[in-house]
Design a protein around this ligand. Structure first.
Ligand SMILES: Cc1cc2nc3c(=O)[nH]c(=O)nc-3n(C[C@H](O)[C@H](O)[C@H](O)COP(=O)(O)OP(=O)(O)OC[C@H]3O[C@@H](n4cnc5c(N)ncnc54)[C@H](O)[C@@H]3O)c2cc1C
Length: 452
C-alpha cells in the first residue's frame, strides 16, 4: 500500500535510518552503493544464493535513484541498451508482486512531442532501432498527437511507445531494498566504503567506515561518486556529472496518464495526482578538475550540442568533482563519502518558474501549476552516454556498474540481473561489448548514443 507520507519528496540530511546493520565481517559479494543499480544487483545475487552485503554511505535511493523523473523507457535509447531494457520492463512487471508493494509502476506509455521538422527527423531516424528490436514504437501525425495531448504548444507530431512505463522512484527503490533484505541481503546505511582491500593484486574485501568486510568479489555501483572512488586505486573512468532540476506540481486533473516531453519540458503523471516536471533540454555543469582531465573523451558530445548546458565555475563544497575535494585519503580517516552522506543539490529556482510558465502555456486547461516540491540531482554520465558494465582486469574481483548517463532508473532491474550473472561467472545473456571498461583506453572512437 502507498501511504500519504510516501508521496512527499523524502530525502534530507539526518533522515531516518532504515538499514542500521550490523555490518558482517565477511560476504561472498559486497555491493557499494544503494541506488537502483546496487539494490537490484544485490537482489539478483541473493536470488542466486550469494551472501551479499550492500554498503550505502547515506540513505538507500537518496541520490539519483530517488530523484529522477520516473520514466521507464525503451524509447530513444541506445540500441545496445535495448535488449537489457526490454528485459528490464518484463522484470518491472513482476516486481510489485515480488516486492509485495506498489512501486507506482504503470505501463502508461512514453510520448515525445516534436516542435520542428528536425525533431521529427530525429524520431524517424530512431525508428530504425525500434523496428530492429520489434518495439511497438510509432510516429504520430499532428492529429494523432492531439488525441494524446490536448495541443496548445504548436507540436507538429510525435513519437510514442505505448508499452513503456513510469514508476515512483523514491517509493520503488527503498521498497526494493526492503524486499532484497528479506531475500537475505544485508543492507547497511551510513556505511561509506572508503577503499578496496587489495591483497596480492586482487580484491580481498572492502574497508568501510564501520570496519572491514572480507569478500573476493565487489561491485561498484556508486553513481556520481564512482570515478572518485576508483581514482584512489589508480583506475580511471571518464565520468562527469550534471545538475538537473525537477519540480512536482500539486495534484491536477489527469489529462495525460503517462510521461511526455518536448525540448522545453518533460512531465510524468504521479500516483498522488500531480505531475513531475523538468526542463527537457537543460542542465548545469560545475567545472572541476575532472572536466579538464576528461575534455578529450567528452569532446564529441561538447562539439555536437552544448546549447542545453550552463557552465558554472565550481561545484559546492564536498561534491565528487569539487576543487577542494580530496582525491587521496587514508583508510582510517573520514573520507569525502562520509562527509557528504546525501548529494542534495539545490534546484535552480528560476528554472522551476520557467517550467511553470511552459506547462501553463502548453496546457491552458490546467493553468500555471502550484509547486509542491522542487529538488535536483547530479546525473552521472559517460562521454558516449552509455554505462560501464564490466569487470576491471587490473583489479581482479572488481565489477563496475556505473555511468548510467541519465537513464539508469528504468533499466536498473535489467542491469542488476546482468551484473549479478557477470559477478557469478555466468553468461550475461546480452552483448555487453558497448559497455566494456576498456573502450576508453583501447583507442576506440567515442560514439555517443542517440540523445532522444
Ligand atoms: C533529475 C534526474 C532525472 C532522471 N530521470 C530518469 C528517468 O526518468 N528515467 C531513468 O531511467 N533514469 C533517469 N535518471 C537517471 C537515473 O536516476 C540514474 O541513472 C540511476 O538512478 C543511477 O542509479 P545508480 O544506482 O547507478 O546511482 P545512484 O542512484 O546515484 O546511487 C549511487 C549510490 O551510491 C552511494 N555511494 C557512492 N559512493 C559510495 C561509497 N564510497 N560507499 C557507499 N555508498 C556510496 C551513493 O550515496 C548513492 O546512494 C535521472 C536522474 C536524475 C538525477
Amino acid at each position: 500500500m502507498v501511504m500519504q507520507s510516501d508521496l512527499v519528496f523524502p530525502f534530507r540530511t539526518g533522515m531516518r535510518l532504515r538499514f542500521p546493520g550490523p555490518l558482517p565481517r565477511a560476504a561472498d559479494v559486497v555491493v557499494i552503493g544503494g541506488g537502483v543499480i546496487g539494490v537490484m544487483t544485490a537482489w539478483f545475487l541473493a536470488e542466486r544464493g550469494e551472501r551479499v552485503v550492500l554498503c550505502e554511505k547515506g540513505r538507500v535511493a537518496a541520490e539519483q535513484s530517488g530523484r529522477n523523473w520516473g520514466w521507464v523507457r525503451k524509447q530513444g535509447r541506445d540500441p545496445a541498451e535495448l535488449p537489457v531494457m526490454v528485459e528490464a520492463l518484463s522484470i518491472w512487471d513482476g516486481l510489485p508482486a515480488a516486492a509485495g508493494a506498489d512501486l507506482g509502476f504503470r505501463r502508461t506509455g512514453i510520448l515525445y512531442a516534436a516542435k520542428t521538422p528536425a525533431d521529427m527527423a530525429r524520431y524517424e531516424a530512431w525508428m530504425v532501432h525500434a523496428r530492429a528490436h520489434d518495439l511497438d514504437t510509432r510516429l504520430l501525425t499532428k492529429a494523432e498527437l492531439d488525441a494524446h495531448l490536448p495541443n496548445a504548444a504548436g507540436w507538429i507530431g510525435g513519437l510514442l511507445t505505448p508499452s513503456d512505463g513510469r514508476a515512483e522512484p523514491w517509493i520503488a527503490v527503498p521498497r526494493l531494498a526492503e524486499a532484497a533484505a528479506r531475500k537475505g541481503v544485508t543492507v547497511v546505511e551510513d556505511c561509506a566504503a572508503r577503499a578496496l582491500d587489495i591483497a596480492g593484486g586482487e580484491v580481498a574485501g572492502v574497508v568501510t567506515e564501520k570496519g572491514r568486510v572480507a569478500a573476493s568479489r565487489v561491485v561498484l555501483a556508486g553513481g556520481a561518486w564512482s570515478s572518485l572512488f576508483l581514482a584512489r586505486h589508480g583506475v580511471r573512468i571518464p565520468q562527469l556529472a550534471v545538475r538537473a532540476t525537477v519540480a512536482a506540481t500539486a495534484p491536477l486533473p489527469e489529462f495525460h496518464s503517462g510521461a511526455a516531453s518536448d525540448r522545453d519540458f518533460a512531465m510524468r503523471r504521479r500516483l498522488d495526482g500531480g505531475y513531475t516536471l523538468a526542463p527537457g533540454h537543460f542542465h548545469e555543469f560545475f567545472i572541476g578538475p575532472d572536466a579538464f582531465r576528461n575534455l578529450r573523451p567528452f569532446w564529441t558530445v561538447i562539439r555536437a550540442d552544448m546549447t542545453g548546458t550552463r557552465l558554472l565555475p565550481a561545484a559546492p563544497r564536498g561534491y565528487p568533482d569539487g576543487w577542494l575535494t580530496p582525491r587521496r585519503w587514508a583508510e582510517d580517516a573520514v573520507t569525502p563519502f562520509e562527509r557528504m552522506r546525501i548529494l542534495d543539490p539545490a534546484p535552480n529556482r528560476a528554472e522551476v518558474e520557467r517550467l511553470r510558465d511552459r506547462f501553463g502555456r502548453a496546457f491552458p486547461q490546467a493553468g500555471r501549476p502550484a509547486i509542491a516540491a522542487a529538488w535536483a540531482g547530479m546525473i552521472d554520465t559517460m562521454p558516449d552516454v552509455v554505462p560501464v558494465i564490466d569487470h576491471v582486469d587490473a583489479l581482479p574481483g572488481l565489477t563496475l556498474a556505473t555511468g548510467m548517463s541519465g537513464h539508469g532508473f528504468g533499466i536498473g532491474p535489467g542491469v542488476g540481473r546482468v551484473v549479478a550473472d557477470l559477478v557469478g561467472g555466468r553468461q550475461p545473456g546480452h552483448d555487453l561489448h558497448r559497455f566494456r571498461f576498456a573502450r576508453f583506453t583501447d583507442g576506440s572512437p567515442v560514439v555517443p548514443g542517440p540523445s532522444l
